[in-house]
Every structure is written in C-alpha cells, then in structure tokens.
Design a protein around this ligand. Structure first.
Ligand code: 26W
Length: 842
C-alpha cells in the first residue's frame, strides 16, 4: 500500500462517537448540532411527526405511517449535519469528486442511516417504550432499486465509503420513477412487474426545484402510441429537477449528497394552444418530457440501442455538468483551476458523453481555445470499465448524434481527427491500427465507440480487478493502451462493511467485535486479527453458532414470505446474481443433476444434505436467461417430488433478488458459487460479501475471486476449472461433444434433461439447452468445467462434515477479507486518480 493511500485511509477514519449514548440531545451535541425544536423528550422522537405531519393519533398509525415518521425523525437528526457538510465544502473550496452513474442500487435507507448515525440505542429506546414492531416498520420501506446489479451496487457502496472517509463527493444519477422490475415466478417462468417505488412519498428525498437546470436538444419528442418519437429540426429543451438524498458516513460526521435528476417540461405554458381549447395538448408537452426519467433500462449485458436510453445518458451528463460547473464558478474565476477543484468519475461508458459535453462548455460557453479546453477536460475526467463482453460495449449511431446533438458530434469528429493524426505519425502505414483505435466504427451504420471516447478524452482508465484490468489493457483496447500506457490502472472493487457485515449480520458482527474490538468497522484490514482465533475452540463455537442463527432467521423469513421450507442443518449453497450465460447458472444446475443421479442410483451414498439456493433476474429480452430460470424451477420441482432424494437434496429459486434479499441470504450462506467462465466476470462483488460473512467460495479463477484466493491462500477456497489462458488457448479446438461422449456422468445429466425428465408436461421446452450446450459449441465451456466442479463439490461436502475444520477455514476467510472493503478501493481512487483529501466538517 502506498504511503499516500495509507494517509488518506487513516485521516479518513472518523473518531467513533460514543455508541452507548441513548440520549438524542447528547448525540446532537457530539455532532456539534443544536437542539431540534419540539424534541423535548425522547418519547416525542418520532411521535411528533405522526401528530404534526399526519395529524393522527399515534395509537392508530399504520406501519407505513410509523415508518415515515421514524424516517423523518432520523432525517431531523442528520439535517443540520448535512447543512454543515455543504457549508464546509463551500467555505474550504475543497476539491470535489463527482461520481456519475446511470445506476445507484441503494436498497433501503432507514436501518442503514440509523446504524451509520449510531442511533441504535435511541431506536431501541423508542421501540421498547412504544412497543413498536421494528422489523415490520423497516419492512415498509421499498428498496430503491435504481440499478441492474454489480455496477449499480458498487456505486452505492462507493458513496458510503466516500462519506465515511469524509471525502467531498457527490453522486449524480437519474430519479427513475420505476426502478428495476419486480420479478415473480409463474409456472417456473419469470414475469416482470413494474416497480412503482415512489408510489408513496419517499422520506429521504428533498426536491430542489430552484436548482433546476435547462438541457438543450436539437430536436423534439412526441409520445405516440406509447413509444417515443423524434421530431427532427425542432430544437427543444428539457428541465432537470434535482432530488437530493443524504449519504450518511459512518459515525454521522459527514453527510454527502446523492443528487438524482428528474426530467420535466420547461415552465412555459403554450397559451395559444390553451386559448384554442387544447388544454390536454399543451399538457402533453409535460407528459413527454417526464417520460424520459420514467424507467430504468433493465439490461445489464447488451446495448439494445434504444433511443430513449441515449437521451437518458445525455440528460444525466448535461444536468450534472451544468450543476457542477455552476458550483465551480461560484468559487473560482480561472478555468485553469478546473482539474484542481473537480474530479469526475464516469461509471462505465454510460455517462461518457461527458467528454464531448465538457468540451462544449469550455469551448462554446467559456470561449477557451481547443488546446486549453482539451487539456482541462482530460485532466478532469476519469473512466472505469466494468465489462469486457463485446455485446455490452456501448456504440451509438452517429445519426442519433446528428439529430439530437450535432455540436457534440462535431466535437467528437475533431477529437478523432487529432487522435488519428497522432497515430499516423507514430505508426506510419498501419491502417488497421487506425481502424481499431478510431472513435468511429464504419459500416452500414456509422457508430461512435463510447469506450474509445472515454479513454481518449480522460486521464485515467481503470478496470475493477487485477485480471480484468490486465485483459482490458492487453486485449480489449490493446491499441489505445499502447498509445496511452500511463492512463491505465487497476482498482479492485470493494463493498461497504457497514451494510454488508455490521448491519446485515448482527450475530457475526457481535462476535467479531467481542474478539477484536470495533475498529474493523472503518478499517477492515483489522479483520486479520481474527486469524489467530481460528485456533481458538470457543471462538469457533460462537462463530458456528452465529452462522446457525443467521440460517434459522433466513429459513423463518423464507417460510413466512414464500411458504418454502428449508432445513438450517443442511449446507446452504448459494448462487445469486443476474442470470447470464457467462455466470453459468447452468453449470451449477448440471452439477446438481450429477449429484441427483448419484443419489438415485446409489441410495446408500453418504452425503451431507444440501440446499441449493438460486436467485437473480434475467433481462426481459434475454430469452435463454429466462429459460434458465424456468429450468431451475422445474429442477426444484422434480427433486421435491422425488422421494429418493428427499431430505438430502433441495433446490430453491428465491424470487425477486434485490439488495434486501442479499442482506438476508448472504449472512446465512455456507457456500458461495462464483463460477463464471474465466475471463468473463470483471470482478464480482457478491463474492466479497460472502467471504466477509463466513461462506466458503467454490469458484473459478476469475475476477476478484483470484485476489480473494491470494489473500486467504488457495487452500482456503475451492478453486476449479479452466484458467483465463486455458479458456483462450482451447477456444479453437474445444468441443463439448468430447465431454458428452467421454464422461458418463456428464452424458447422463444431459440425457436426463433431453429426455424431458424435468419437463414431463412440457415436452421439448428445454431443447434450446441442447443447442447452447452441445450443438452450438458451448461458448461458455460449461462441460469443460463440470467434472472439476463436481470434484470441488465433493471436497467441500467432506470438509463440512468436520465442523471444526470447516469453522477454521471460514474464520480464516473472514480474517482475509479486509482488502475487499470499498474504503480501500476509494482510498486508491482518491490518492491515485482524483488527488483529493478528506475534508472533515469543521
Ligand atoms: C448498456 C447495457 C449495460 C448495462 C450495464 C451494459 C453493461 C452494464 C454493466 C457494466 C454490467 C455490470 O454491472 N457489470 C458488473 O460490474 C461490477 C462492478 O464493477 C463487477 O463486479 C461485475 O463483475 C460486472 O459484471
């Protein structure tokens, strides 16, 4: 760890407030805040909001009303601190971080804010005094599901770390009225339902209409028959209304802001149309503008090339840059200072139009010359890549820029002209190279390569795990990395230990704190102190007991919400993430079928009873992913109705995977499956959450799992399968048929699927699985890894039977998970990319 980074980490660790203080006024005093009017007594802590906001008797308040009142009371406590945070940043004119992301997968906020504000004793007091059902109360809050998966959740973890480390950071995103769709399962199939998460008012957001910004476009839009149509050549504007959400750092010292933009029509009203009686027509304008931020795109793996998404991306960029430039100009007069005062991080290419937009502002609004504008823009911007999948790399038709943003297209062409001139100079005659690095992809339809734009137009490009960063540099954008080698680096992902350990797993957290004190909460490297407790028998016992407590709790929750019954004395073996071929839920299913076959043919076989949990959503248009869900559900049903394996094998597909479900399931897991085809999972972050919570990993050498094994020692994980190099080298000759023909268990598993054993009433429904696993060549090499996966599975089962040995390994995993705190990741971004320092609230 570099010295600089250590400094950022250390100075950023807040002095913990006195956790035992049960008095609000004492806490407020510690925060340096004055008293809150009307909070005379502890009893009035939340009741006053029921009385004054709702004008009802607290005795008759519904659970939802109690949730709102409670949240408002918590907001009261952070409000002054929030104001103070903003005032400090302004006064100090501190260098700011702006994290631009189309996704923030926040989850719930109440329990998180209570915990980060150290309010647990106050809440406990109110809950006891008023006999509140706390679990029912927090259950009233919908998950803020403004993201698809890993990338969106990473953004949320980063916000938590930046606030905890007292870094002056703002998140910028979109206020989708509908978040990630809700998943239900009907006859085994996924069904999507709208996630109307803002149906009831959200206590955490504050609209700031007076800080609205105007976004100018070169065309207009019409909503016709439910689809969005472009009207060319009729310039229009949209208004962005900011909605702010507090981001509470642990210890409650810094409260940063997540600013989400909602689209609205300009304020003017067409009186002429109104006068002629077309009242509805005039209002139509409003409707069309607002539909822009109506819904999150539920696709995490393909760029479906939807025009509305293109406009969403520009809208986020234009609103955020206008806002941050306005703030910069309030305190600075010299544009040359921009990179000293502003660091903008682009979360994937989704906001990469920021390159062209910032140049437009510097050229057209600030009237700088090209060279100066170009240098300033590059120094201000930085880009993170999250995927190597070619189908997920964004490319937008040049024609769309022409219609909507002709000035931006002009700027992009000028960037490209200068880039290609430079490349021609350095590599004379290398036309193929010119073709590859160009920002423009020629073809039947000209396209702009957004990753190339982000790399060329910024000073930093990073991947999210060592192996991913290396592949990015040496393969995906090799030519650009050769031209700008100094721009490339790795920043291995992390997750916030506050949400994912302290709050999600109170039983284990308690034992950790008992053993090593509470410093781990803001300095996760402290967990290494747990290492010596692996040899402590009594610690192993309390460790196993805490795992069992989490399993029982999960089993109870599952029963009460879905009716499914699982046995906490079986191994909880989990595979939870978006459903995608490369993540290989099918490989897991094949392994289960192999085990199923063994038990059926050998009823006396000794085997630790297992419960396999799957959860995850499929992109609505991804047909094979949806078929995989159907297959897992049919597999579950077949196994349930087969007396031969009852009590020894169970498969459960838990619907509606979201942050709250992850918080419940991960602490209850014994085994974490991280089994992507090597080279395809950029990092993974649930792998880290499982590790922290004492699950053992069975996984391939991919993404950050490689680094987890480096930290814990390979002997403490169950790694299997082809490596990145082996996958690459065997591509040309790999044939799934070889495995089908030479491995009896592989063949038997596949034949069982093909025989409609899992679909007796729907013959042929799983035929596409034969295509993908055999006929079409098994691109993700499921069959190549099945045998070694089954072997890892057996070793794992044997170890589980030895409770002591299992506990030892699990404890060593927890002790080795310190690197995977997002605090460490953010410390690296802060010192190596952003060059920002903590700005403690004075
Ligand atoms: C344009 C459609 C689209 C939308 C989202 C394409 C790609 C994405 C994301 C890049 C998908 C994503 O969430 N990637 C995940 O990012 C995590 C955080 O870095 C990594 O841990 C995961 O490995 C990576 O799949």
């Amino acid at each position: 760890m570099s010295n600089q980074r250590t400094t950022v980490l250390k100075s950023a660790t807040p002095d913990l407030l006195n956790k035992n203080s049960a008095s609000i006024s004492a806490l407020l005093q510690q925060y340096g805040c004055g008293p809150i009017p009307f909070v005379g007594t502890e009893n009035a802590f939340y009741e006053r909001h029921i009385v004054f906001d709702r004008a009802i008797d607290p005795k008759v308040a519904s659970a939802r009303e109690r949730f709102e009142a409670f949240s408002h009371s918590v907001r009261d406590i952070l409000a002054q601190r929030w104001v103070l945070t903003k005032a400090t940043y302004e006064r100090q004119n501190a260098k700011r971080i702006y994290y631009l992301s189309l996704e923030f997968l926040i989850g719930r906020s109440l329990a998180n804010n209570v915990s980060n504000l150290l309010l647990d004793p106050v809440v406990q007091h109110a809950v006891d005094a008023k006999r509140i059902d706390w679990l029912e109360l927090i259950d009233q809050e919908p998950d803020a599901g403004l993201g698809n998966g890993g990338l969106g959740r990473l953004a949320a973890c980063f916000l938590d770390s930046m606030a905890t480390m007292q870094l002056p950071a703002t998140g910028y995103g979109l206020r989708y009225e509908y978040g990630m769709f809700k998943q239900s399962i009907v006859n085994g199939w996924q069904q999507e339902n709208a996630d109307n998460w803002l149906r009831d008012t959200d206590p955490w957001e504050i609209a700031r209409p007076h800080e609205k910004v105007e976004v100018k476009l070169n065309c207009s839009f019409q909503l016709r028959g439910g689809s969005f149509q472009v009207v060319r050549g009729r310039p229009s504007s949209l208004i962005g209304i900011p909605f702010d959400r507090p981001v509470v750092g642990y210890g409650g010292k810094t409260i940063n802001t997540l600013r989400l933009w909602a689209a609205a029509a300009p304020d003017f009203f067409d009186f002429k149309e109104f006068g002629t009686g077309d009242f509805v027509g005039a209002l139509g304008e409003t409707l069309e503008a607002e539909s822009l931020t109506r819904v999150l795109y539920p696709d995490d793996s393909t760029t479906v090339g939807q025009g509305l998404r293109f406009v969403q991306e520009y809208f986020l960029v234009a609103c955020s840059l206008a806002d941050l430039v306005r703030r910069f100009q309030r305190h600075n007069t010299d544009w040359n200072e921009l990179p000293e005062k502003v660091a903008i991080q682009l979360n994937d290419t989704h906001p990469s139009m920021a390159v062209a937009e910032l140049l437009r502002i510097l050229l057209d609004d600030a009237h700088l010359g090209w060279d100066q504008a170009w240098e300033l823009a590059k120094k201000t911007l930085a880009y993170t890549n999250h995927t190597l999948l070619p189908e997920a790399l964004e490319k937008w038709p040049a024609a769309w820029f022409e219609i909507l943003l002709p000035r931006h297209l002009e700027i992009i062409y000028e960037i490209n002209r200068r880039l290609l001139d430079e490349v021609r100079l350095r590599f004379p005659g290398d036309d193929r190279r010119i073709e590859r690095v160009s920002l423009v992809e020629e073809g039947s339809q000209r396209k702009i390569r957004m990753a190339n734009l982000a790399i060329v137009g910024s000073h930093s490009t990073n991947g999210v795990a060592a192996v991913h960063s290396k592949l990015l540099r040496t393969s995906t954008v090799k030519d650009l990395a050769e031209i700008f080698p100094e721009r490339f680096s790795n920043k291995t992902n992390g997750v916030t230990p506050r949400r994912w350990l302290l709050q999600a797993n109170p039983a284990l957290s308690r034992e950790i704190t008992q053993a090593i004190g509470q410093r781990w909460i803001t300095d996760l490297s402290q967990l290494k102190e747990l290492g010596r407790f692996a040899e402590d028998r009594s610690f192993r016992e309390v460790f196993l007991a805490s795992k069992r407590e989490a399993k029982v709790q999960f089993a109870d929750w599952l029963k009460s919400t879905t009716g499914q019954i699982v046995d906490p004395d079986t191994v909880f073996d989990c595979h939870v993430k978006r459903i995608h071929e490369y993540k290989r839920q099918l490989l897991n299913a094949l392994r289960i079928i192999v085990v199923y076959n063994r038990l059926r043919s050998n009823p006396g076989l000794e085997m630790t009873p297992r419960t396999f949990f799957f959860a995850g959503k499929a992109a609505p248009a991804y047909r094979l992913a949806k078929l995989i869900i159907k297959f897992i559900n049919n597999l579950a049903e077949t196994i349930d109705s087969d007396a031969a394996v009852r009590g020894r094998l169970k498969v459960v597909f838990v619907p509606e995977y979201n942050v709250s479900l992850a918080e419940r399931l991960i602490p209850a897991s014994d085994v974490s499956n991280q089994i992507s085809t090597a080279g395809y999972e950029a990092s993974g972050t649930s792998n880290m959450k499982f590790m922290m919570n004492g699950a053992l990993t069975v996984g391939t050498r991919d993404g950050a799992t490689i680094e987890m094994a480096e930290e814990a020692g390979e002997e403490n994980l169950f790694l299997f399968g082809l490596t990145v190099e082996q996958v690459e080298n065997s591509r040309s000759w790999y044939s799934p048929y070889w495995h089908y023909e030479n491995e009896p268990e592989t063949r038997a598993a596949l034949d069982l699927i093909f025989s409609d054993h899992f679909s007796p009433n729907e013959p042929g429904v799983f035929a596409p699985l034969r295509d993908v696993l055999l006929t079409q060549g098994d691109h993700y090499m499921h069959l190549a890894d099945l045998t070694s996966y089954c072997r890892a599975h057996e070793e794992l089962g044997a170890l589980y039977a030895d409770r002591d040995a299992w506990a030892r390994k699990a404890i060593l995993n927890v002790a080795s998970s310190g690197k995977f705190s997002s605090d460490r990741t953010i410390a690296e971004y802060a010192s190596e990319i952003w060059k920002v320092e903590p700005c403690p609230i004075a």
